[in-house]
Design a protein around this ligand. Structure first.
Ligand code: AMP
Length: 436
């Protein structure tokens, strides 16, 4: 099966090629045709399955670009991170056309800024239920023109207690809308939700592929020592460690940093910008270990996670599946090691040996300018090569956010670059740069 079998639009097909989407994933194969026919779809699919593009591609193809002020599609997601991730994936997919406006409406950003963005019009809005409802109540957001509504990770939204918010939001949308429901499970509450909000729906379920080697280790006491042993044995370059509490995630962050490792935790107490920066550093190879609780990690899309460690054993099967699903994505091999208080697998760990310490290979340079200053990755790349004398291969991922840009640079070149670029000029404007 190829994309050509299910999509006609030449520009979209070309853009998918540029994005490296060589063939549709299972969910895309099954979901794109009925969504293109404007059917309601209930799909069981996890993050990592390609589900965002499964609804994103047909939605983008349905857009009437001329009608800029009418919001055509509303996508609701459980967390800020997921909403941002969906929006960024959609922006990539939207490059087949000029002028598609996609807006995120989530907490953590001032209402006034969002009201201002909304006044300029948008085709697609991606938001969290709380903030969207807030904007609806204040009559800043209007949903009369919605043609398609997506509930992404619907099970999570119900688990997080958003049922009332969802109902209120749905009431404000036209009944003629197309409703798409994506969920990692098909439990009763999801079926009920589907019956109440969808008409004549098609149900899609995908068999999962297992790419993850699962290992269970007995770890009742001395869990920190065992963790050290696991790290020494596998020396992962990108590893997510799950804890059940925020307090434990902070403790582990301190412990791993004391061992000299590049480890950071994300939790909901942190400022949004700190969470975003940590995720950027983890995704670009400047941080090898991310310590997270389930809430903080919801829906994270990080391409290459070699190892997931369940330091605290998850409290439900669903959480277990969700956690280990962070690794082994996009057909890569992954590994999940879970600490349990029962007899585990027979793996030899030399926990008392000298600890093998290693650093992340990249560091991150932050520049105080972003999309709002009209900076693009290409502009930054040019300056790094021409002004700072870097080679292309010394530069890793470049993330341009609204007000800041982040560049991964080989660690041994980082200081030199900083000296040259502390105050730099990009496209005639002056910027400051520092290492984060
Ligand atoms: P998602 O399940 O939407 O979180 O997507 C997981 C990741 O797979 C994202 O980084 C997508 O960019 C990527 N992806 C989605 N569809 C394809 C495809 N057909 N081929 C290759 N990568 C894809």
């Amino acid at each position: 099966m190829t994309f050509e079998n299910i999509i006609d639009d030449k520009n979209m097909l070309e853009n998918l090629k540029k994005l490296g989407f060589t063939k549709p994933t299972a969910i895309q194969e099954k979901a794109i045709p009925p969504i293109l026919e404007r059917r309601d779809v209930l799909a069981k699919a996890k993050t990592g399955s390609g589900k965002t593009a499964a609804f994103g591609i047909p939605i983008l193809l349905h857009l009437d670009i001329q009608k800029r002020y009418d919001i055509n599609t509303l996508i609701l997601a459980p967390t800020r991170e997921l909403a941002n991730q969906v929006a960024s994936e959609l922006r990539n997919l939207a490059r087949f056309e000029k002028n598609i406006k996609i807006l995120t409406l989530t907490g953590g950003t001032p209402l006034r800024a969002q009201a201002n963005s909304l006044s300029h019009g948008a085709h697609i809005v991606v938001g969290t239920p709380g903030r969207v409802l807030d904007l609806l109540h204040k009559e800043i957001l209007k949903l009369d023109s919605i043609q398609t509504l997506v509930l992404d990770e619907a099970d999570k939204m119900l688990d997080m207690g958003f049922a009332d918010e969802l109902n209120h939001i749905l009431e404000k949308t036209p009944t003629s809308r197309q409703t798409l429901l994506f969920s990692a499970t098909f439990k009763d509450a999801i079926k009920q939700l589907s019956h109440s909000v969808q008409k004549d729906r098609i149900e899609i379920e995908i068999e999962e592929q297992v790419n993850v080697t699962e290992i269970f280790l007995e770890a009742k006491e001395d869990k920190e020592e065992i963790l050290k042993g696991v790290i020494s044995k596998y020396t992962p370059k990108s590893c997510i460690i799950f804890t059940n509490t925020k307090a434990k995630s902070l403790e582990l962050e301190a412990y791993l940093q004391e061992l000299g490792l590049d480890a950071f935790c994300i939790n909901s107490d942190l400022e949004q910008i700190d969470r975003d920066e940590t995720l950027i550093k983890f995704a670009n190879g400047s941080c090898n270990f991310l310590i997270a609780t389930d809430v903080a990690s919801r829906g994270l899309d990080i391409k290459k996670v070699e190892l997931v460690i369940n330091y605290d054993f998850p409290q439900s099967d669903q959480t277990y599946t969700h956690r280990i699903g962070r690794t082994g994505r996009n057909d890569q091999k992954g590994m999940a090691i879970s600490f349990t208080n029962q007899k585990g697998d027979d793996i030899s760990l030399h926990v008392k040996d000298k600890f093998f310490y290693y650093e992340a290979s990249m560091g991150t340079l932050c520049i105080d300018g972003g999309k709002k200053q009209k900076l693009r990755a290409g502009d930054i790349l040019g300056v790094l090569i021409k002004q700072a004398g870097l080679l292309n291969e010394q530069i890793g991922l470049i993330n341009v956010t609204d007000f800041y840009s982040y560049v991964a640079i080989e660690k041994n070149a980082l200081k030199k670059v900083l000296n040259k670029l502390k105050n730099c000029t990009i496209k005639t404007k002056r910027y400051r740069a520092w290492i984060i």
